[in-house]
Design a protein around this ligand. Structure first.
Ligand SMILES: [Zn+2]
Length: 212
């Protein structure tokens, strides 16, 4: 039997045979969620009061497989210090409950790195990953995974980036885009120069290792 596709980050709950980690926002109703989901406060909502986070996360934590998406975004007007404080508060929760985090990082890798160093035990899935070789090299010493979607794969350096990510640290995603996860695997397999069956096995193994 073929290994299932793993969609590590999506906003489209689907009832397929794929493994899809659906991204829920804190406050969303997840009562009907059938598959795995992550829960978090996006940096776009950094005005969320930190003092209430523990209490608000509690109802999700027996079922959530990850915290996220959380992160830092230099393309928005919310001060980066405020975003970093919210991120750190959620990393406290991830660390305490031993959950990986799904990270949204836009033009903020240099801000993210010191935070990752502070929370070394946490596993990070950097979603929508698109960065230069130095940024990747800086992140590799930590428990980091790198997820790309069709958008990143099709950008000018997409092929070079997906090839430079160590095979066991790679994930793929549909995020909020229209491409199916099968199309993303197809694009990634072509860029890497491998076949889809091997890629399915590889990413499924990474998934089961990380989400035990
Ligand atoms: Zn997303």
């Amino acid at each position: 039997m073929k290994a299932p596709f793993v969609d590590i980050h999506t906003h489209n709950p689907s009832r397929s045979s794929h493994i899809s980690v659906v991204s829920a926002f804190l406050g969303d109703d997840v009562a009907d969620a059938e598959g795995p989901f992550s829960v978090g406060v996006h940096p776009w909502h950094s005005d969320t009061p930190i003092a209430e986070l523990e209490r608000r996360f509690a109802p999700y934590l027996d079922r959530a497989v990850a915290i996220g998406e959380v992160g830092l975004d230099r393309a928005i007007s919310i001060p980066i210090e405020q975003q970093a404080a919210l991120l750190a508060a959620q990393l406290d929760i991830a660390q305490k409950h031993q959950l990986p985090v799904v990270v949204h990082c836009v033009r903020a890798y240099s801000d993210l790195l010191p935070i990752i160093k502070r929370y070394k035990e946490v596993a990070y899935i950097l979603h929508g990953f698109y960065a230069n070789p130095k940024q990747l090299a800086d992140l590799l010493p930590y428990r980091t995974y790198f997820s790309m979607g069709i958008r990143e794969l099709q950008r000018p350096n997409g092929t070079a980036i997906v090839r430079s990510i160590p095979a066991h640290r790679l994930f793929l995603e549909t995020d909020d885009g229209p491409a199916s996860i099968a199309e993303v695997y197809d694009a990634a397999a072509k860029a890497i120069g491998t076949d889809i069956t091997k890629l399915r096995e590889l990413l499924y193994r990474s998934y089961t290792n990380l989400f035990k």
